[in-house]
Write a protein that binds this ligand. Structure first.
Ligand SMILES: [Zn+2]
Length: 67
């Protein structure tokens, strides 16, 4: 695993922003590890951060738990 992949993987586990480098329309980012769409992102496509994208609707609709 290279650094970018590891960071993306850690971001998803840690309720941080992550996104896929795979083509999708519209492009979105996620912040829930259990997001139905986000959890489908393959590790090789997983990156940490928002990439300036809109938050995924499923992530936005869900309540973020207290840390
Ligand atoms: Zn999502």
């Amino acid at each position: 695993m290279d650094e970018l992949i590891r960071h993306g993987f850690e971001a998803r586990k840690d309720w941080s922003a992550y996104y896929t480098t795979a083509v999708e329309s519209p492009a979105r980012y996620h912040n829930r590890p259990d997001c139905e769409d986000g959890s489908k992102i393959a590790e090789k496509d997983l990156r940490a951060g928002t990439d300036g994208r809109q938050l995924c609707e499923k992530c936005r609709a869900a309540q973020r738990p207290p840390r």
